[in-house]
Design a protein around this ligand. Structure first.
Ligand code: OAD
Length: 241
């Protein structure tokens, strides 16, 4: 299916980075089992206690800084190389897809290495781990910086959402990897593909709301399954176009 598809979209969630040692949100050991999102990942939490929110992001940035892409990330880069038209839509903020060499990446929930000035809305990269100052301040105007990520109650960046939705609704095949499909609008991407008569392949060790509508379900870890998908694709001749 993937080998003969013209347009391929891959949608990823926290599960693709689990084997790099980055905790997911909802499963066993998930971040939202230990912490309350409303204390750490909402605009209100940030206005109440920016230092606490930044401490949590500083901790997550330190974990991510120690992580490297795993065979699942690398396999997705290989699928991009083999696909005529390819888009990767990720809910992850860790940047590991780009570190693995993926080129066409749409980040629906932002990036943890980028910061935004709360006064000027300017964006900057801030890679220091740990942060030299918690909470950090804008170098040009001195106002508070916030992580350039999407919090609960905030909209997904319009441009990213439009590009992702367009790719999803044109996809011949969407490969959905490591997401619980619980957060919208990301979870609506596979629906767009199905509605346009595209095929859905799900890679996840657990069931999700998408499982019943998936055309193919690959039950297991991304780091084990995706490399064998790539190996199978490599054995097939390139279809004539
Ligand atoms: P979740 O933590 O909700 O779901 C992770 C999914 O990955 C689960 O379905 C697991 O079964 C699966 N999984 C775990 N290990 C895996 C592995 N090795 N291989 C493949 N799958 C595996 O994470 P997301 O769906 O990404 O948003 O969560 C969506 C959003 O909710 C996040 O982007 C974040 C969170 O709140 C914001 O912060 C805005």
């Amino acid at each position: 299916m993937l080998r003969s598809a013209e347009r391929v979209v891959v949608l990823t969630g926290a599960g693709i980075s689990a084997e790099s040692g980055i905790p997911t949100f909802r499963g066993p050991g998930g971040l939202w089992r230990k912490y309350r999102p409303e204390d750490l990942a909402t605009p209100l939490a940030f206005s109440r206690d920016p230092g606490l929110v930044w401490q949590w992001y500083d901790w997550r940035r330190q974990r991510i800084a120690q992580a490297s892409p795993n065979p699942g990330h690398v396999a997705i880069r290989r699928i991009e190389e083999m696909s005529p038209r390819f888009t990767l839509v990720t809910q992850n903020v860790d940047g590991l897809h780009q570190a693995a060499g993926s080129q066409r990446v749409i980040e629906l929930h932002g990036n943890i290495w980028r910061v935004r000035c709360t006064l000027e809305n300017t964006l900057a990269e801030l890679r220091d781990v740990p942060l030299p100052e918690v909470p950090p301040h804008c170098q040009s105007c001195g106002h508070l910086l916030r992580p350039d990520v999407v919090w609960f109650g905030e909209p997904v960046p319009t441009d990213a959402l439009e590009r992702a939705s367009r790719a999803a609704s044109r996809a011949d095949v969407m490969l959905v990897v490591g997401t619980s499909a619980a957060v919208y609008p990301a979870a609506s991407m596979p629906v767009l593909t199905k509605r346009a008569d595209g095929r859905l392949i799900e890679v996840n060790p657990d069931e999700t709301p998408l499982t019943p509508v998936a055309d193919i379900r690959l039950h297991g870890r991304a780091g084990a399954i995706l490399p064998s998908v790539v190996a199978a694709m490599e054995r097939l001749p390139q279809p004539p176009r």
